[in-house]
Design a protein around this ligand. Structure first.
Ligand code: IPM
Ligand code: MG
Length: 368
């Protein structure tokens, strides 16, 4: 069999710095675990725009469709703020999600014990937290038509459309139920069925999928605004949350903050199985390109490293090795190794991005 293939799109801002640490881990798997990945690299976002005049070149798009998994760093930066909407860095990422049909975005929010005091919430509220947000990623208001800025009479009107088909809701609901069965066996679905027809349909279809094929999983429904409140009040009541594209965007940022730092959270975006049985997949940290600290070696590479761990689990059937990477991260944090975003006490000295990556590699070595 040929080696598993990876396309690395490091992107903009801190993307290349954090991805360099993932490359170390990939190298470690080749040297120490005998698993060699065929790695290719390309551009996405602002750097692709600078070179090609588009945030995602067609050749890159085609390559992303062929590989076993895409690893993405981050896109965007102030340099690109004034670009036309159609070529903004974010459009490159959205095109990847849409054309690869990555409908299930898995965003775990796990609180590492060593960081429980970093959350803005009390330790007892977040310690041991382990929830999974499943965000629909290819539809809803992000992509619905009609959309645009139009002229009506003597003023302009901005329009976006929330739109969900039954099959789009059905498939993401199934992804959530499947995941729940391997975790706490609970799903909470969030929408606004009290004000949106798309929310009424969402609730109906999720309930139907449950009753037909997943009656063993505990299902509840919540309005998304109440869900946001409950996430801050007592997040440990949740196991898997399934929600639409826009609510998922908001709720996952909120959930991220529960864990203490946005610099910690990975994500997986999964589509339908390919011919080789692996799902179409893209892995990326939840954080953005952090232009304010880019190029200074200050960024926390853990979210990107944990995204690679998710790739091991969901694309390469290497669940034990995924856990090995996660445990290595846990150990490093328990040992007190901290990048600047994780430093509370005054006078404490942060490690650099590269030192954090090296510490994880050392912990991996120790795990053998
Ligand atoms: C995310 C980001 C993206 C989104 C942006 C960068 C397009 O916020 O992945 O959560 O809105 O989906
Ligand atoms: Mg977001």
């Amino acid at each position: 069999m040929s080696n598993p293939s990876l396309l690395i799109l490091a992107g903009d801002g801190i993307g290349p710095e954090v991805m360099a640490e993932v490359t170390k881990i990939i190298g470690w798997f080749g040297a120490r675990r005998g698993v060699t990945f065929d790695v290719s690299e390309d551009l996405v976002g602002g750097c692709a725009y600078d070179k090609h005049g588009t945030p995602l070149h067609d050749d890159t798009m085609a390559r992303a469709q062929e590989v076993d998994a895409v690893l993405l760093g981050a896109v965007g930066g102030p340099k690109y703020d004034s670009l036309d909407f159609s070529v903004k860095p974010e459009r490159g990422l959205l095109r990847l999600r849409k054309e690869m049909d990555l409908f299930a975005n898995l965003r775990p929010a796990q609180c590492f014990d060593a960081l429980a005091d970093f959350s803005s919430l009390k330790r007892e509220v977040v310690a041991g937290l382990d929830i999974m947000i499943v965000r629909e990623l290819t539809s809803g208001i992000y992509f619905g038509e009609p959309r645009g800025i139009f002229t009506e009479g003597n003023e302009r009107v901005g329009i976006n459309t929330q739109r969900y088909t039954e099959s789009e809701i059905d498939r993401v609901a199934r992804a959530a139920f499947e995941l729940a069965r391997k975790r706490g066996n609970k799903v909470c679905s969030m929408e606004k069925a009290n004000v949106m027809e798309s929310g009424i349909l969402w609730r109906e279809v999720v309930q139907r999928v449950h009753d037909t094929d997943y009656p063993d999983v505990e299902l509840s429904h919540m309005y998304a605004d109440a869900g946001a409140m409950q996430l801050c009040r007592w997040p440990k009541q949740f196991d898997v949350i399934v929600t639409d594209n826009l609510f998922g965007d908001l709720l996952s940022d909120a959930a991220a903050m529960l864990t203490g730092s946005l610099g910690m959270l990975p994500s997986a975006s999964l589509g339908a199985p390919m011919a080789n049985g692996r799902p179409k997949a893209l892995y990326e940290p939840v954080h953005g390109s952090a232009p304010d600290i880019a190029g200074q070696g200050k960024a926390n590479p853990i979210a990107c490293i944990l995204s690679f761990a998710m790739a091991l689990r969901y694309s390469f059937d290497m669940g034990e090795d995924a856990t090995r990477v996660e445990k290595a991260v846990e150990k490093v944090l328990a040992d007190g190794v901290r990048t600047a975003d994780l430093l509370g006490e005054e006078g404490a000295v942060p490690v650099s991005t590269a030192q954090m990556g090296d510490a994880v590699v050392a912990a991996l070595d120790a795990s053998l």
